[in-house]
Structure formats: C-alpha cells, structure tokens
Ligand binder design. Structure first.
Ligand code: SF4
Ligand code: SF4
Length: 333
C-alpha cells in the first residue's frame, strides 16, 4: 500500500523528517553550477529531468575526510558532528552502486570504520526511474532494478506517490491511500555487450595494442573516477598546522587510478607507466576483478556519468563495448 501526498503536504513531511534525518536528493548546486545530491527541504528543489553530475557517494564517503587529529602526546578521532540519520533520494543505479561500495569497505578484511559510521546512518528512498538518461546502460548490467530501499517515490505533477516499508519512516506518512509499486526502466538507449574477460584470456587482452589509443587521448585528469559511484580509492595525508608544528590532522582524500602518479612509489618507480595501462586497469577492475573477488556482479553499474564527465570525450561505454571485438581476435592468436 502507498499514499498519494500533495507537494505541500510532502514538504511538511520533509520538514518533520529533517528533524531526524539529513535529507539529500538531486538538486541544483548554484555555487558549483551542477546537479548533485544536495540538502533539500522541499519537493520543488528536486531535479528529475537530468542526471546528477556527481553520485551519492560523496554523502557517505566524503571527498576529503578528517580521520583523526594528533599532537605530540595524543591522538583523537574526529567525531561526527550531526547525530541525525541520512535519507537519500536516489535511483536504482545509485542504490546498487552503494551495494558495490559496501562490498569494498566491509568485505576486504575488517570493516572500514570511517565508511561504516556514516554508511550505517543511511536510509534510501528509491526514485522511480522508467526512462533513464542519454548515457545510461544500467539494463545491460541488471542495475536498473533495486530492492534494497527503505521507501520508494514516484514524483508526479503536484503530488508524490510514496511507499514506505521501513517502520522508522512509515510513521511519517498518512493520508489518501493509493496502491504504488515502483517500476523500473526496461530499455536504455545504449546496450552494452559485457565482455567475457576471464582467467584464461586476461593476459592476452591485457597485452593487446587496443589500450595504446588511450596513451595520447587520455590526459589523466581523474574526472571519470570522481563522478563514478563505485570508485573507492583514496590517499591518506597528514596535514601539519604549520611548518614547525607537530600538531595536525590525518585526512583521507579521494584518489584516482587514472592519474599518472597513482602507482608511483617512494623512489619514483611507477608500476603503470601509461594512460593506456591505467585504462586497462580501470576496465579490468570494473569488469573482471570485482566480480572475481566478490562473486556477484560487475562493479560498474552503467550510470554513464564517466562518459558525461570526460573532457576528452572518451566514452567508457564504447571502450568496454569495443573491447568485445578484441577478445575473439586475441583468443584466436
Ligand atoms: S558507467 Fe562509469 S561512472 Fe558509472 S559506474 Fe560505470 S565506470 Fe562508474
Ligand atoms: S575523464 Fe577522460 S581524460 Fe580524464 S582520466 Fe578519465 S578517461 Fe582520462
């Protein structure tokens, strides 16, 4: 069962929810001049007619996060400043992407404390998505559908259909009952043939000249990683308060496998020396390593944001799709 709630009523509900939750949804960030997951207080702020430039990950895995503060004689964890939960209105692809990050941060040894303490606050409100956007290829990856959500919404002209299964959220909703089950996009404009990269052909594909095209084309800006909801690499950096200071803070800051220095170690050795090698790593990570490690699905959820972001018009979709042509050729060698 669901409810039909007019926008004015829904805004009242959002105001009540905001006492217990920080609420995020796709909205215009006027300062940064893009659509991202912003704090919202009203239905009218929510942007539905274009895809967000950034994903939900910056909410529970911030781009720059203080982990601890230190001085000569003590270390102190950075406390979270807001006790409220986090409610995120997001589409199925981003809900699935959160599941991918969960695998990475929870299931690689000990759960990651800094991720977990924000992640555990998150409740997801599924935004029904039946059309998709220009660059989406979620259907090819099965990420067009999601089940792991606390409530679902369909935004219509002047009103919202809501289904709130989560008992913590259900108490906020009442009114005119109307059956509502969210529907999911069935076909995208782009259809990906997922390349069959496996243990047997991995080495051969890795040695292909295919990757060399990116040596010149890719400028290693890392923008594709920044917008990706499933990229999780970070650096940790100690920042001292002054030149002679022994007081400071340890931060973790997003990193990127596409920046040229990503694999550089002390002494200057670089394990991946070209942008072609970096692209090969990224494709293998998204379409082989993750599934080999966790066994359920590929890491990429087909949101297409990396294609929107790339300043050199490199399409990750095309890169992965075209790789299919290389596989039989390589196998026939
Ligand atoms: S389409 Fe690009 S941005 Fe989206 S999940 Fe896949 S690799 Fe990441
Ligand atoms: S956004 Fe484009 S140019 Fe920048 S690192 Fe990614 S593929 Fe290379």
């Amino acid at each position: 069962m669901g409810y039909r709630i007019d926008n004015a009523q829904m805004n009242d509900i959002l105001a009540r929810l905001a006492e217990d939750y920080r609420i995020f949804a796709p909205a215009w960030d006027r300062q940064k001049k893009n659509v991202r997951f912003c704090h919202v207080t009203m239905v009218e702020q929510i942007v539905l007619d274009r895809q967000t430039d950034f994903s939900t990950k910056e909410i529970y895995y911030p781009i720059s996060q203080v982990m601890m503060r230190f001085s000569t004689d003590h270390i102190e964890d950075e406390e979270l400043t807001d006790d409220r939960g986090i409610l995120i209105f997001a589409r199925a692809c981003d809900i699935n992407a959160l599941g991918r990050l969960d695998r990475i941060f929870y299931d690689n040894g000990n759960p990651d404390y800094y991720y977990a303490r924000l992640r555990e606050k998150v409740k997801l409100a599924l935004i029904e998505c039946t059309e998709g956007f220009e660059n989406c290829f979620c259907v090819s990856l099965g990420t067009n559908k999601a089940e792991n959500y606390a409530m679902a919404v369909r935004f219509e002209e002047g009103s919202v259909l809501v289904k709130a299964d989560d008992e913590d959220l259900a108490v906020y909703f009442s009114g005119e009952e109307e059956p509502f089950e969210p529907e999911f996009v069935q076909e995208n404009r782009k259809r990906l043939t997922v390349p069959d990269i496996n243990k047997e052909n991995l080495r051969t594909i890795g040695k292909s000249e295919y990757w060399q095209q990116f040596d010149e084309r890719c400028i290693g800006c890392g923008g594709c990683n920044t917008v990706c909801p499933t990229c999780s690499c970070f650096d940790t950096t100690d920042i001292l308060m002054g030149e002679d200071s022994l007081e400071g803070e340890r931060r973790r800051i997003w990193s990127s496998c596409m920046i040229p220095t990503f694999t550089e170690t002390a002494g200057g050795t670089r394990f991946r020396k070209s942008q072609g090698e970096n692209m090969r790593f990224k494709v293998f990570h998204k379409f082989y390593d993750f599934k080999a490690r966790f066994g359920e699905a590929h890491m990429c959820v087909g949101c297409g944001r990396c294609d929107m972001r790339c300043p050199k018009d490199i399409s990750f979709f095309d890169t992965v799709n075209d790789l299919n042509k290389e596989i039989p050729e390589q196998n026939n060698d």
